[in-house]
Write a protein that binds this ligand. Structure first.
Ligand code: C2E
Ligand code: MG
Ligand code: MG
Ligand code: MG
Length: 287
């Protein structure tokens, strides 16, 4: 980009770049410290059954409350951690924390955890996950791992191998943000995904753009053909929910059902098995 702007602007631009690089380095070291000091936390967002609205689980989403800058969004610091390699330690922390938390919920509730590409490509990930499950007592069938299409383009055969091994434990794998990346249908099929999450950009346009409805229907139909369940992300309105329910979308997630929040906000929904083993997790009420 500097070159494209011509010689005259190069110096100025490179100074900006230095500033930016410095800023990133500072933020990265603060993130490392925050992780060490226990200043990261998890928020949880409800995921519900598409037909009944019944709560089926939560997605864990990492949060960083910076002492002077306030909340820094994960879309800023997760890529930073990914670049610096800190994502491996950060990701292990997220996994352990989410599994520890989920182990206290009613046993039919599952937890979804996001994995970044670098985390996924680490050959010892399956053993790490196995150790965390053992340590926290969470049954593997209650854990879902979400990966994006970017893992596919990086190192496909390695990623497939690692995902297969994770699946062999009984863990489920979701493709996150489906429709925004570069995966072809052939690569999608080559991967051992159990689920696709339709990116919220399509859901957001359901009411305004007829093309979005066509795409969402096509993804739902693809899911049925490939025997993958489909989750719609970013459901915000009753009209979106109605459309998706009419099209038999398996699961939904979005502000309509609940914004990501500390788990304490959902305390009355976490259900507890009673002595006969019956479960008490209620359906999420739609206002
Ligand atoms: P994602 O995995 O696709 O997570 C869903 C994002 O959409 C979350 O943003 C959530 O707050 C937001 N969202 C959910 N429902 C709605 C809705 O109805 N409307 C709108 N406008 N937004 C909604 P968040 O928490 O800021 O996370 C952004 C991304 O950061 C995540 O996208 C994920 O890619 C990444 N991320 C978050 N936590 C982790 C983590 O622990 N590890 C890794 N590797 N990545 C993470
Ligand atoms: Mg996700
Ligand atoms: Mg997503
Ligand atoms: Mg997303």
């Amino acid at each position: 980009r500097a070159k494209a702007e011509g010689r005259g602007t190069f110096r100025v631009f490179s100074v900006d770049m230095d500033d930016e690089a410095e800023e990133r380095r500072a933020l990265e070291s603060e993130l490392r410290q925050a992780l060490a000091d226990g200043l990261l936390s998890l928020h949880y967002q409800p995921q519900v059954d598409g037909a009944s609205g019944r709560l089926v689980g939560f997605e864990a989403l990492v949060r960083w409350l910076h002492p002077s800058r306030g909340q820094i969004p994960p879309t800023v610091f997760v890529p930073l951690a990914e670049e610096s390699g800190l994502i491996v330690a950060l990701g292990d922390w997220v996994l352990r924390e989410a599994c520890r938390e989920a182990a206290t919920w009613a046993p039919e509730l599952k937890v979804s955890v996001n994995l970044s590409p670098r985390q996924l490509l680490k050959p010892d990930l399956p053993e790490t996950v196995l150790a965390i499950l053992a340590e926290t007592g969470l049954s593997p069938d209650r854990l879902e791992l979400e990966v994006t299409e970017s893992v596919i383009i990086n190192d496909m055969s390695r990623a497939i191998g690692i995902l297969r091994r994770l699946k062999s434990f009984g863990i489920r794998i979701s493709m996150d943000d489906f429709g925004t990346g570069y995966a072809s249908l052939a690569t999608l099929h080559a991967f051992p995904f159990d689920k696709m999450k339709i990116d919220r950009s399509f859901v957001a346009q359901l009411e305004s753009d007829p093309q979005a409805a066509v795409i969402v229907r096509a993804v739902l139909s693809l899911g049925r053909s490939l025997r993958m369940s489909v989750v719609a992300e970013g459901v915000e309105t009753p009209a979106q929910r109605r459309f998706l329910a009419d099209e038999a979308c398996g699961e939904m997630q979005g502000y309509l059902f609940g914004k990501p929040a500390p788990i304490g906000d959902f305390a009355d929904m976490l259900g507890v098995a009673d002595r006969s083993g019956a479960l008490a997790a209620p359906a999420v009420k739609v206002a």
